[in-house]
Design a protein around this ligand. Structure first.
Ligand code: GLN
Length: 479
């Protein structure tokens, strides 16, 4: 029996039936991380803590205690999520020695649900990037084909699940950082509604867009994870006080009578033909099973990328001001005065992409440019949001590709920033509008790399994503 290949749902049953213990399973996962080190999916493991948690879980199970929904299951979290006693580096040299003094709420929720956190995943520095090539700890590789990028910024979180090192992982998504890597690595990636999951203890990139989500190998597993993660948190004022349904129960096995919105703007010339063909086949499958296709219009979609880079960089510039070598971050050694200390620490600590964002952010916020860029971007953001709301008056879900192409080769887009930013054209509009979306594997192209299909739902309607996603997953073999 290859336990590592099981879904989270399956392994949970095996643990419950005592077919395998949590300690055995945790050791298998840690061994797998070791034997697949070439992927560089993990920045640091927490072996001792993990084995300890697994032992406690096994003992509690023996005693017949009531266990949480993730009891004994090994998971990984992105390295921008605080976990007591572990390094939380954000893949930055600046934070290479930073040890978390507290748990992020999402990490605490995993622990409370019984999960065994085995490591912290590689990422683009401060979550800025689309390929996990901007990590101070080396690039991460795509487990499907190691010459290719895993996507980013949560590339390590996608790769750990795709390479069977863990059963689920946490990532963060500000403009696509869960969905794009999920699509590139052939796993399921969920970005919940803005406010559905607490961000307390997660290092902020762009606070009005950031959202915590998860990677899994099946849609049902994603629902199980969201059941654990969702809910109001008094420590995060943006977390929503809205009832959390049982997401697993939202999987009904039918899409009959449901309406799927298709926007031509998501199927422009930029879209690779093989990717387009796969998505069209999937839409046809829904149609053949009783769903109705309706045309929707999102005329301002092509402005979303510009809006995103203005808003996210502006927020990043202020969020990252705290990393100055005094409050946080490695302090530069030789400095003449306080300003020089800030200057040298930040110059030495931050990588190139992070510096680029800080400069861009300060530029769009500076007097004289504020109205022309930042204020205008906030206005266009409202329009994009309204266009989605109007579209959802006509449909239950919007379907489109997650990315216009499949994964690209390592190094291919490193010197072409615009090409790198364009990876996110289909994912950023969702963050701009604060909507929930999921990327699910949708076949492969001729070179064997996976395609991702993005399902987008109205605010707080993650149930729709799980139902549609699970339906496709179950029936995909028929096409
Ligand atoms: N690739 C996008 C960026 O670099 C998205 C990042 C993210 O979602 N964290 O900004």
């Amino acid at each position: 029996m290859d336990y590592l290949k099981c879904s989270l749902y399956e392994i949970r049953q095996m643990l419950e039936n005592n077919e395998i213990s949590s300690v055995e399973l945790t050791k298998l996962c840690l061994d797998r991380i070791n034997s697949t080190q070439n992927l560089n999916a993990i920045i640091s493991t927490c072996e001792e803590q993990a084995i300890d948690a697994a032992k406690k879980c096994d003992q509690a199970r023996k005693k017949g205690e009531k266990l949480g929904p993730l009891a004994g299951i090994p998971v990984v979290i992105k390295d921008n999520i605080n976990l007591v006693g572990t390094k939380t580096t954000c893949a930055s040299k600046f934070l290479e020695n930073w040890i978390s003094p507290f748990n992020a709420t999402c990490a605490q929720k995993l622990i409370d649900a019984g999960a065994v956190i085995i490591g912290k995943a590689n990422m683009d520095e401060f979550a800025m990037g689309s390929s996990t090539e901007n990590s101070a700890f080396g690039v991460c590789r795509n487990p499907v084909n190691e010459d290719y990028v895993p996507g980013g910024s949560s590339g390590g979180s996608a790769a750990t699940v795709a390479s069977f090192q863990s059963f689920a992982s946490l990532g963060t998504d500000t403009g696509g950082s869960i969905r794009e890597p999920a699509s590139f690595c052939g796993v399921v990636g969920l970005k919940p509604t803005y406010g559905r999951v607490s961000r307390f203890g997660v290092v902020a990139f762009a606070s009005s867009l950031d959202q915590v989500g998860c990677f899994t190998r099946t849609v049902r597993d994603s629902a199980i994870m969201l059941n654990v993660l969702a809910g109001e948190d008094k420590k995060d004022m943006t977390s929503a006080k809205i009832l959390v349904p049982d997401y697993e129960k939202s999987i009904t096995g039918s899409v009959k009578g449901k309406k799927i919105g298709i926007a031509k703007q998501f199927f422009s010339d930029a879209l690779n033909n093989e990717v387009r063909a796969n998505i069209e086949k999937a839409i046809k499958l829904y149609e053949d099973n009783g769903a109705e296709i309706v045309d929707i219009d999102l005329p301002s979609l092509d402005t979303a990328l510009a809006v995103y880079y203005i808003i996210s960089s502006a927020e990043a510039a202020s969020n990252l001001a705290r990393f100055d070598g005094v409050k946080y971050g490695v302090r530069a050694k030789n400095f003449s005065d306080t300003v020089d200390l800030y200057f040298k620490s930040r110059t030495q600590g931050f990588g190139k992409e992070v510096k680029r964002r800080i400069m861009l952010g300060n530029y769009v916020l500076s007097s004289g440019y504020f109205d022309a860029f930042y204020r205008k971007a906030k206005k266009v953001q409202k329009i994009i949001r309204q266009e989605f709301e109007t579209a959802f008056e006509k449909c239950d879900v919007i379907i489109c590709p997650t990315t216009a192409t499949v994964a690209f080769k390592l190094g291919e887009k490193c010197d072409d920033h615009l090409a790198m930013y364009l990876n996110d054209i289909y994912t950023v509009p969702v963050n701009i509008a604060g909507l929930p979306a999921i990327s699910i594997p949708c076949g492969k192209v001729s070179n064997g790399l996976p395609v991702g299909m993005q399902l987008i739902a109205p605010h707080f309607k993650e149930e729709t994503l799980f139902n549609f996603g699970d339906f496709y997953e179950k029936h995909a073999k028929e096409i």
